[in-house]
Design a binder for this molecule. Structure first.
Ligand SMILES: [Zn+2]
Length: 310
């Protein structure tokens, strides 16, 4: 079992909280199923974690950086270029910013799922922009490529959950199944039950805004499946825990990115933007924190139970 977190820097507060809760809680008091082990990897993006941002030291969104052999670090979604000035203003943050209103207008005219795909699908052309996938494999991916096989050892079966926050309903969670993992959906349902799987193919239109509904390029799970654990029986899911709504999250990501690039380190608005970003991904609410950490621990418990049964 592989439990990873913090790929998106600031989301690491939540991921580490779950991992600590697993270590300190009841789950590991009983012996693990025979011939199994659990590997916890936290702070996959230590720079982003330490500096309260989603991206790494090169402004790379690491979950867009794990390209497969033969894929190139280039291109961007067709509409991203036209939204670049809106998403990534090249100036200090302004006191009054109408971005949420302008974002809403763009969504109304183009449709939410198309805008999500455009904005968050991953782009490789604007190095200071949001959701930039990089120009080369990141330091994190190089370390993982080298070390993951050793950490997992000779395991023939690898069950992986990668924890994230900021997508979905407040304090709720879903397990996202990437396209390349669809063929394993039956086993994934067996492990986690049907109710927690991201219903992006079946959800009612009114529900869809809470789910991914966009395809990301260069994600960690697909890369683990195709590159690092090819030849092993690998199942990976993304645990997504909801915080604020999509426009609020995007507004804070944009504000932090703008402040990060266009103000100096001591600037008060920069500190404020980073603090607001942290709270968008680890809300300052005891009920949010306790229920989501319990949800994360439950996911790990379901993985352990599955191994015990099989
Ligand atoms: Zn994330």
């Amino acid at each position: 079992m592989l439990v990873s977190s913090g790929l998106h820097g600031v989301e690491g507060f939540f991921g580490s909280a779950v991992q600590v809760a697993v270590l300190e809680g009841e789950l590991l008091k009983a012996p693990l199923p025979a011939r199994s082990a659990i590997v916890l990897v936290h702070a996959l993006n230590p720079y982003g974690f330490a500096s309260l941002r989603r991206f790494d030291a090169n402004n790379v969104d690491l979950n867009r950086n794990f390209l497969l052999a033969g894929e190139r670090f280039e291109g961007c979604p067709p509409d991203y270029r036209s939204l670049n000035n809106l998403l990534n203003p090249k100036q200090q943050p302004r006191r009054f910013d109408l971005f949420p209103v302008r974002a809403l207008l763009v969504i109304l005219s183009r449709g939410l799922s198309r805008v999500k795909q455009t904005v968050a699908g991953g782009q490789y052309e604007f190095p200071q922009g949001l959701f930039f996938g990089g120009k080369a494999p990141s330091h994190t991916s190089e370390i993982l490529r080298e070390r993951l096989p050793t950490w997992v050892g000779g395991a023939r079966e690898v069950l992986h959950v990668d924890f994230h926050t900021g997508l979905g309903r407040w304090a709720d969670y879903k397990l996202l199944v990437v396209d390349s993992m669809e063929e394993r959906r039956e086993t994934i349902v067996e492990i986690f039950g049907p109710d927690r799987l991201d219903p992006r193919h079946t959800a009612e239109p009114s529900e869809r805004k809470w789910y991914t509904a966009y395809l990301t390029h260069g994600d960690l799970v697909t890369w683990c499946q195709e590159e690092v654990f090819a030849g092993r029986d690998y199942i990976g899911v993304v645990g997504e825990f909801g915080t604020l709504g999509p426009i609020a999250v995007l507004t804070r990501l944009r504000a932090e990115n703008q402040a990060h690039h266009w103000t100096d380190a001591e600037n008060a608005s920069r500190k404020r933007a980073k603090e607001r970003l942290k709270l968008a991904f680890a809300p300052d609410s005891t009920t949010w924190r306790s229920s989501t950490v319990a949800g994360g621990v439950a996911i790990v418990g379901q993985m352990i139970e599955f191994l015990r049964r099989t």
